[in-house]
Design a protein around this ligand. Structure first.
Ligand SMILES: [Zn+2]
Length: 255
């Protein structure tokens, strides 16, 4: 178990998730969550909701709680809303699995952040807007500066590209699905604009991802699965993964 003392709000939310999914939430600790700077992660398990916390990364309590609510909600959409998860054959490299997971996260986070916001948690943590301000300055120095910046978070070049695209999609999602304060909206919009202008190689992918998402209602499981499938195909990553629905444990019809 964790050493945190959760607020009544978080306890209530986690209890609701446990009740509605019929699964117990358990905590584990790990210092390597795949991308540097990540505080918490959700890990798939057929019977439990496992949230992994990074004990080396310290943040304000409110942000840690928001992260925990966020990760628990990944379990909620899987078990309660029937969203898809990834399934692999034998011998599929773990680097590939992590990259596939980023594609899942790109789509799922749009839904997860909306759900936690509807339950009174902030859609983004306190670090988000200051980080975005920095990312705007980096972008204005051009694509190479951008690549060097995101390289800090991963040494894997393919993952770095996915990470950059994901930064755009997260920002786009806040503009698309939320009512924001004016100054928040302006900053987020500015990021999407500089991204489009200064990272043309990445923006062409980001724009296609947006198009795939826009055509669907990703808050519904069938559409969510299809969106992920299409995005995997866009990045030529669909060959070694199968998308399955956990509750029914069945393959989604091929597209
Ligand atoms: Zn997430």
């Amino acid at each position: 178990m964790t050493s945190f003392d959760f607020s009544p709000e978080l306890n209530r939310y986690l209890e609701k998730i446990q009740a509605e999914t019929g699964r117990e939430i358990t905590f584990q600790e790990n210092t390597n969550l795949g991308i540097k700077g990540i505080t918490a992660a959700y890990q798939y398990h057929p019977q439990k909701l496992i949230i992994i916390l990074n004990p080396e990364y310290h943040r304000a309590k409110e942000d840690v709680e928001r992260s925990i609510a966020h990760e628990a909600t990944h379990g909620y959409i899987l078990y309660k809303m029937g969203f898809c998860r990834s399934k692999y054959g034998e011998g599929v490299p773990s680097d590939y699995k992590r990259d596939v997971q980023i594609i899942f996260t790109i789509v799922e986070d749009l839904v997860v952040n909306k759900i936690i916001a509807d339950h009174g948690f902030a859609p983004f943590g306190h670090e988000y807007l200051p980080t975005l301000r920095k990312e705007i300055r980096v972008a204005q120095e051009g694509e190479e500066a951008g690549e060097a910046f995101y390289h800090q978070f991963t040494e894997n070049l393919h993952r770095e590209a996915l990470l950059m695209v994901s930064r755009y999609i997260i920002a786009w999602g806040f503009l698309r699905y939320y009512t924001l304060k004016n100054e928040e909206e302006e900053l987020i919009r500015e990021f999407t604009q500089v991204f489009g202008k200064y990272y043309p190689d990445y923006y062409q992918y980001a724009a296609q991802v947006v198009e795939i998402i826009q055509e669907k209602d990703i808050f519904k499981s069938d559409d969510e699965c299809r969106a992920i499938q299409e995005i995997l195909r866009l990045f030529k990553m669909d060959a070694n993964v199968e998308l399955v629905k956990t509750n029914q444990s069945q393959r989604i019809p091929s597209l």
